[in-house]
Design a protein around this ligand. Structure first.
Ligand SMILES: [Zn+2]
Length: 283
């Protein structure tokens, strides 16, 4: 049902979706989403950008080679420079290569900048930071940046495109896909509130940093999976169940349509077990 919805909404604009095989065999593509909003693919990573008459508002550069390709493609297709570059969170695999967009104002959550400096991420330092929300207006178009609290990392920025009714959120929301491996750099249970905040936004199109595009219903489904994982592992820990027994016995087969279900499930349980036991005071 979710897929059908997306195809209906976007089938008329998926004109440039054919992936391009670059010299280094990276799969790169620019795909129309809605109006002047586009999705950029670099192998398994995705970001988005909005084209306006006064320049482009772009998001994660992904890495230097990807950013060089994207900058050239945006100039060739739209004859507009990138005026703003917004980082989704501090992780290297999404925001490397920001220095390529040397004409852009680089924007991030204040916590993202701290981590970029602390971890020495290979990218441009943000010129502008915000703490709760920030609005970027350019060429009559609007992007709202929202800090959705602590989830995957503690410095995520959600990009909300109200006119396009779309949301770009990276690594803390997946569509039909398991959370990544052992949930490193995660904040449970704050993560659930963060997803509810996104669910409360008025939008139709969910654009994650990995995998397929979805809808708001996919955000809810992803939250419900994580909540079930948390509740199940917490209950097991409280009952004195060990990690190995849990990995052997726990199944969530109502989510077996999620990509990487079989390979990620034991790792998700392991990560959740580690988090819960690190923070729990038992009797
Ligand atoms: Zn990440």
């Amino acid at each position: 049902m979710i897929r059908t919805f997306f195809i209906t909404v976007c089938s008329t604009v998926l004109l440039t979706a054919t992936p391009v095989l670059a010299q280094n065999a990276a799969v790169r593509a620019i795909t129309s989403v809605q109006g002047d909003l586009y999705r950029f693919q670099n192998n398994n990573h995705f970001s988005v950008f909005l084209v306006t008459s006064e320049g482009v508002i772009a998001s994660d550069p992904i890495d230097r080679e990807a950013a060089l390709w994207l900058k050239q493609e945006i100039q060739a297709r739209f004859q507009q420079p990138v005026k703003y570059l917004v980082y989704s969170h501090d992780h290297r695999d999404h925001i490397s290569g920001g220095e390529v967009f040397d004409e852009a104002v680089v924007v991030s959550h204040v916590g993202t900048k701290e981590k970029i400096i602390g971890e020495q991420r290979p990218t441009a330092l943000p010129d502008l930071t915000y703490s709760q929300t920030m609005t970027i207006e350019l060429g009559g178009k609007t992007v709202e940046l929202i800090h959705a609290g602590r989830n995957h990392s503690d410095n995520s920025t959600v990009l909300f495109f109200p006119e396009e009714r779309a949301v770009f959120a990276v690594d803390f929301i997946s569509v039909d896909r398991m959370p990544y491996r052992t949930l490193n750099d995660s904040n449970i249970p704050d993560w659930f509130d963060s997803m509810k905040m996104v669910e409360a936004l008025d939008f139709d199109i969910m654009l994650p940093g990995h995998g397929v595009v979805g809808t708001k219903a996919d955000v809810t489904e992803h939250r419900m999976y994580l909540e079930l994982l948390y509740a199940t592992v917490l209950k097991g820990v409280r009952a004195g169940q060990g990690l190995e027994a849990m990995i052997e016995q726990v199944r969530f087969d109502q989510y077996d349509h999620f990509e990487q279900y079989e390979s990620a499930l034991p790792l998700n349980i392991q990560g959740m077990y580690r988090m819960i036991t690190a923070n729990r005071v038992g009797n």
